[in-house]
Ligand binder design. Structure first.
Ligand code: TTP
Ligand code: MG
Length: 389
């Protein structure tokens, strides 16, 4: 006991719940929030749990939602309202521990180790947060409590809405045994299909494989799987200002020479970096790249901009220029890295009016990815990789 100290807190049907709170006539009704102008070509932002019974969910085209749930109440998104609710919720979370890692507008990790003297055990803190959020915002939040981030997130999802699920150390095996493989971080549709070829459908199907086997079959992703399938996750909860840079690198099994293929990887990696920046509401001034050749010689280059950015398109374009301008693509590449540093909180950077559309598109892609995993959604350029891999 006493070992659980990580919380994952996630508001229930957030945008719809705020709308239901604002208008009591909407309580217990199927409420669907869509894009600002709610056109039939738009997509669902979220649906109340009443609407989910009809099969409506985030990212579904509004036209399809209307077919499934013709009596639903369709509302345009009112972001200012959701931002205000979010700010209140985060100020509550930050009261209980300074270690709050914001993942999105309605979701955060908390590490409450060392806060027990003030507020009680992790489970008591979770109860207190739920009560306080309800009292101060009239909204419900689901919380998962466990020994690490991965399990805490699974736990918060386990009994939604208004859930509180604890996964203690001694419960991990039982909890993981029947977990479907696509609930594991990093397992999107494409990876799940690949695993299905080896009859791996559940986390426990991975238990009989050694670390070396998974590594040789699936590379770095296999290593992650080995640990996550056992409920092991060493990532720490990080405060926003502890994050100095966000980067991603990949080592290639066969050294890469083909420029188009390198750019396709670069694009995929820019999307990952952009996704993580958005998730933490961060932007950065400096884009950097790293290249390692077959002989292990390594080069880094960077470019700083006047205006902070977090869009995948911009990150990609700058990184590509860095590679070309510095003649870094003349030899085969063993490792490619890309990142953004000199970070600041979104909203605190100088306004860049021209970046808005691109940012919005990235945000939508990010939200979809969070929900459905990385492999399913990407812009067209990634297709090149999928065909060739
Ligand atoms: P989520 O926390 O993923 O969803 P939710 O809070 O509506 O429902 P629950 O957590 O109970 O499953 O996302 C938070 C908000 O972000 C959501 O209310 C609306 C917005 N969002 C989108 O606009 N588009 C999306 O595709 C997703 C997933 C979320
Ligand atoms: Mg939520």
């Amino acid at each position: 006991m006493g070992q659980v100290h990580i919380l994952h807190a996630d508001m229930d049907a957030f945008f719809s719940a705020v709308e239901q709170r604002e208008n009591p006539d909407l309580q217990a009704k199927p409420v669907i929030v869509g894009g600002v102008n709610l056109s039939n070509r738009g997509v669902v932002s979220t649906a109340s749990y009443e609407a989910r019974k009809y099969g409506v969910h985030s990212a579904m085209p509004i036209a399809k939602a209307k077919k499934l749930c013709p009596n639903g109440i369709y509302l345009p998104a009112r972001h200012k309202l959701y931002q205000a609710a979010s700010a209140k919720i985060f100020s509550i979370l930050k009261k209980y521990t300074p270690l709050v890692e914001k993942l999105s507008i309605d979701e955060a990790f908390l590490d409450v180790k060392g806060c027990e003297k003030l507020y009680g055990s992790a489970v008591e803190i979770a109860h207190k947060i739920k009560e306080e959020v309800k009292l101060k915002t009239n909204l419900t939040i689901s919380i998962g409590v466990s020994v690490n981030k991965f399990l805490a997130k699974l736990a918060s999802d386990y009994d939604k809405p208004n859930g509180l699920t604890v996964i203690k150390k001694e419960d991990i095996k039982k909890f993981m045994r029947n977990l479907n493989i696509d609930n594991i971080w990093g397992v999107g549709e494409v990876f799940a299909e690949k695993l299905a070829e080896a009859d791996i459908y559940k986390a426990s199907d991975l238990w009989s494989y050694s670390l070396e086997e998974l590594k040789s079959n699936y590379g770095k992703a296999g290593v992650k799987l080995f640990f996550l399938a056992r409920g092991k996750d060493k990532r720490e909860v990080k405060k926003q200002n502890q994050i100095k840079s966000i980067s991603h690198e990949e080592t290639f099994i066969d050294n890469l020479k083909n420029q188009d293929k390198i750019f396709a990887y670069l694009f995929k990696m820019s999307e990952k970096v952009s996704f993580r920046l958005h998730s933490n509401s961060l932007k950065g001034i400096t884009v950097f790249i790293k290249v390692r050749y077959a002989d292990f010689s390594t080069y880094s280059r960077q470019k700083s901009l006047k205006v902070a950015l977090n869009s995948s398109q911009q990150i990609y374009q700058i990184a590509k220029k860095l590679l070309l301008k510095n003649n870094l693509l003349t030899k085969s590449i063993r490792l490619l890295g890309i990142g953004v540093s000199n970070l600041c909180q979104e909203g605190q950077e100088q306004l860049n009016l021209f970046a808005q559309t691109d940012d919005q598109l990235d945000k939508t892609i990010d939200q979809l990815k969070r929900k459905y995993g990385f492999d399913k959604i990407s812009r067209a350029r990634k297709l090149y990789l999928d065909q060739d891999d």
